[in-house]
Design a binder for this molecule. Structure first.
Ligand code: ADP
Ligand code: MG
Length: 291
């Protein structure tokens, strides 16, 4: 019997670090011996750049615009350590649904049995988090991905996007949709940032998969067109990504999250605002740093 391919989707607000984190997870999984495909679903089409030395690859939608039939092998490119890289692509700016690329690319690969032929262990979809368009919800709704992880910092807009994603997951959870694996907490450098994201995870009945600090090693690696796993394999940051990849590989039981409604989210945010103000005025101390 063919082995089961673990299909994972990573969602989050634009610019929050999805592609950076996803590429490092893919790179880490490949060094652990797994066969991985990273499937960029953001119309920005830059998901796989750091797996390919900073190079952009032709997207599925672009290829289909050029010729009527496209073979899966025309749009799958090998990157770092044999990782298969795909970019779904987007419509011409201002025209059509931005989620079109995902639907088209997934359909193309299904028809051609591409995943099975490549004997993959993991397919990781890197998806823009604002689930405003049906296309972006496809990996969740159609049960293409089994587990969803969200990248979020402790910033309110990132948490807001994560909470919206949780609403989407909860909505499709009874009809075969993907469930939530957990939160990848990115850019967590201050104790209060950890406290905020921990609190959000507990309020929404989910868990934190890993705390990833903001690190200049990531910036340096990116400027050389590489993941941190490739450019700085012995760094502390690489170790953090490898631990995250191991947790994702071992992860089995995803859950339906409990998103906050608008009033609850407001109240939750206001509570943290008061706490941060108290921290600033010295009425309370930041437990991680001072005591
Ligand atoms: P997204 O895919 O969510 O739009 P990116 O992965 O492209 O976001 O990240 C946006 C920017 O933030 C990139 O320049 C990236 O290098 C930087 N970045 C993300 N995470 C980190 C981190 N942990 N440390 C340093 N820089 C980071
Ligand atoms: Mg991205």
């Amino acid at each position: 019997m063919a082995k089961k391919i673990k299909q994972i989707a990573i969602y989050g607000k634009g610019g929050i670090g999805k592609s950076t984190t996803t590429s490092n997870i893919s790179a880490a999984l490949s060094t652990l011996g797994y066969k991985v495909m990273q499937f960029g679903c953001d119309p920005k089409s830059d998901s796989t750049n750091t797996l390919r030395g900073g190079e952009y690859i032709p997207t599925v939608l672009d290829s289909l615009r050029e010729k009527p039939t496209v073979k899966a092998s025309d749009v799958i490119f090998e990157g770092y350590n044999g990782i298969y890289c795909v970019e779904a692509g987007g419509p011409a700016p201002g025209v059509g649904c931005a989620g079109r690329g995902i639907i088209t690319a997934v359909e193309l690969f299904k028809q051609q049995n591409a995943f099975e032929k490549l004997d993959l262990d993991f397919v990781i979809y890197d998806v823009l988090g604002d689930v405003v368009c049906g296309g972006f919800a496809v990996p969740i709704r159609e049960g293409i991905a089994e587990h969803v992880f969200t990248v979020s910092s402790s910033d309110f807009m990132a948490v807001y996007a994560a909470n919206n994603l949780f609403k989407g997951i909860a909505k499709y959870s009874n009809s075969g949709g993907a469930l939530l694996g957990g939160i990848i907490a990115n850019s967590i450098n201050k104790p209060y940032a950890k406290d905020i994201i921990d609190d959000f995870a507990s309020r929404t009945k989910t868990r934190i998969m890993q705390y990833v600090p903001r690190s200049v090693t990531v910036t340096q690696s990116e400027l050389r067109g590489k993941t941190t796993i490739e450019a700085a394999p012995d760094s502390n940051q690489a170790k953090i990504y490898i631990e995250l990849a191991k947790r994702i590989a071992a992860h089995e039981n995803s859950m339906t999250p409990s998103p906050l409604d608008a009033a609850e989210l407001r109240e939750w945010a206001a509570g943290w605002s008061d706490q941060l103000l108290a921290l600033e005025t010295g009425d309370i101390t930041d437990k991680g740093e001072n005591i």
